[in-house]
Design a protein around this ligand. Structure first.
Ligand code: PLP
Length: 394
């Protein structure tokens, strides 16, 4: 009999992965499932990046690297931050890790003592609470409702802060809501963080996927104080369609970065060498494919949004970024006779053959998350199936 450690007793497996597994199981049985659960672009990694990776292998660059990443990759990231955000960082303020996810994990491990609180806005990306708990921290939630465009206010932040608050997580553009904080909204949040001396974890992984007139601002751009208390988290997964390569980074305070690097030296040794060479090309090479993918996502959003809005009992806010839609389907679920949105999602999979993610995994129980990182044809068919499903049971 194996007695697992206490720290994993309350670990909730990722809902995103669970529904995908169930959908794959049905697909393997020959059921025609359309999956709208994907958290990754449906494009291959651009060819120049693939070639750079292959070339590095041919040149024998297949050995360990420094734990926090190759100096050349850190340089490429430093240049990217200067170019895109006008932010100046040095090599000691950058740590490259195995995807933004593991960089965040490492951050919480070096930041939190038992009982330290981290403020997490709801709806949240599934891994934030679990990672905070794994570091013996306590997630403190602030509910951002649809009526406030799923964004927290400075007042809400102020109210949630206690003596134990160490950090707040800002994810803009957001997974799952697609919302983006404006410069003014960020400035108000940053001011509260300054007053109470708390850190800002700014997850900017969807930075390049923004639509319409919206622009992306990093909270670190706002002032010297905001920069000093912000740890930017980003990576190549979503911007360059490189989810499988597992390269993410943190940019921030040198002491924090050193602790994260020291921890990585014992936990990972280094991010995969070939992937680091690929990421150098991603940041230093041509960026036209980033724009191509962004604009394809925007066209799909334009095409699918009115169709989704037209489903009875669906209330949906137009996202400004990322590649997710988060309709509130509580009315549809109830009118169709389901006790919960989770039950509605389960029936959608088995009866309408469409896989979506229940919002409960993001702390938003009235919603479902649909990813439009799939072909327009599949998207259109999926939304038609959902519409028909709801109409037939209403
Ligand atoms: N942060 C958010 C909000 C995400 O949605 C994801 C991936 O889905 C990540 C971080 C992790 O990205 P990576 O592939 O770099 O680990």
């Amino acid at each position: 009999m194996i007695n697992l450690a206490n720290r994993v007793q309350t670990l909730t497996p990722s809902t995103t992965l669970a529904i995908t597994a169930k959908a794959n199981e049905l697909k393997a049985k020959g059921v025609d499932i359309i999956g709208l659960g994907a958290g990754e672009p449906d494009y291959n990694t651009p060819e120049n990046i693939l070639k750079a990776a292959y070339q590095s292998m041919l040149e024998g660059k297949t050995k360990y690297t420094p734990a926090g990443g190759l100096p050349a990759l850190k340089e490429a990231i430093i240049n990217k931050l200067q170019r895109d955000q006008n932010l100046t960082y040095g090599q000691k303020e950058i740590m490259v890790g195995i995807g933004a996810k593991h960089v965040l994990y490492t951050l919480f491990q070096v930041l939190l003592n038992e009982g330290d609180e981290v403020i997490i806005p709801i709806p949240y990306w599934v891994s934030y609470p679990e990672q905070v708990k794994l570091a013996q921290g306590v997630p403190v939630y602030i509910e951002a409702t649809a009526s406030q465009s799923y964004k927290i206010s400075a007042e809400q932040l102020k109210e949630a802060i206690t003596d134990r608050t160490k950090a707040v997580i800002i994810n803009s553009p957001s997974n799952p809501t697609g919302m983006i904080y404006s410069k003014e909204e960020l400035a108000q949040l940053a001011e509260v963080c300054r007053e109470h001396d708390i850190l800002i974890v700014s997850d900017e992984i969807y930075e390049k996927l923004i639509y319409g007139q919206t622009t992306h601002t990093s909270v670190a751009e706002l002032s010297e104080d905001a920069k000093n208390r912000t740890i930017i988290i980003n990576g190549v997964s979503k911007s360059h369609s490189m989810t499988g390569w597992r390269i993410g980074y943190a940019a921030g305070d040198a002491e924090l970065i050193k602790a994260m690097t020291d921890l990585a030296s014992h936990s990972t040794s280094n991010p995969t060498t070939t992937s680091q060479y690929a990421a150098i090309e991603a940041y230093n090479g041509p960026q036209d494919t980033v724009e191509e993918m962004r604009s394809a996502f925007e066209s799909r959003l334009e095409a699918i949004f009115p169709k989704l809005e037209a489903i009875p009992g669906f209330k949906v806010i137009r996202p400004q970024g990322a590649f997710y839609l988060l309709p509130d389907v509580s009315e549809a679920a109830q009118k169709c006779g389901f006790a919960s949105v989770d039950d509605f999602v389960a029936a959608l999979l088995t009866e309408a053959n469409v896989a979506v993610i229940p919002g409960s995994g993001f702390g938003a129980h009235d919603t479902i998350r649909l990813s439009y990182a799939t072909s327009l044809e599949a998207l259109t068919e999926a939304v038609e199936r959902i519409h028909q499903f709801v109409s037939s049971k209403w």
